[in-house]
Ligand binder design. Sequence first.
Ligand code: 8X3
Length: 251
Amino acid sequence: MKKIVLITGATSGIGQACARKFAENGDKLILTGRNLEALTAIRQELEHKGTEVLTLAFDVRDSETATQCITSLPAEWKDIDVLVNNAGLALGLEPEYEGCMEDWEPMIDTNVKGLLLMTRLVVPGMVERNRGHIINMGSVAGDAAYAGGNVYCATKAAVKALTDGLRIDVANTPIRVTNLKPGLVETNFSNIRFHGDVDRAATVYKGIKPLTGDDIADVAVYAANAPEHVQIAEVLILATHQASGSVIVRK
Ligand code: 8X3
């Protein structure tokens, strides 16, 4: 059955890959992100292939605009079946005692508070309709801290706790809750982490074949389409030569 899938951070990386894969799956998409131009580009690309797409330009850190956008959704878009809480970022790789608030705040505000806000805005409707699925983008970084990961790892550990907490809170309903935990995925992630230093970003994926956004999106689509009695609670997805957040074998 055609679902309404809302994806945050849909203009790049894993979010954009999810948009394309859910579109291929025949779903209707609500795509959100900060960059209106990029949102329009992905909307036009997918509409061209026959997908119904609604775009909402907002930053998940901006609770007023996010609330306004979600509460004023047109009737035919209100009944969201799948919420993909993907928007998130890493900034910096400094030791915790040398990091800065300018890096910490956007990570905490986006990865934790933004995810919570979207959950708070969308999940009550799911509970009311007695159907739905929340897919949160966690990370291997949430399993254990790695060197310099400190605050980013903490935000992804928070995603794990919030996902587990929500799963408990809706366990008396048919709503399913999934935590996807990617390892090394080559997207714009490291360029952003290193504030646009592309050479440093390239070293992250050197000597190892990293995952792609599509690899993660495939799992998201699988989880969303598993039989109703199957809840994909958590999936750790690593590159073959990565064993954990800090064990990466490069050749
Ligand atoms: C992204 C994966 O290992 O770079 O969350 O933290 S990692």
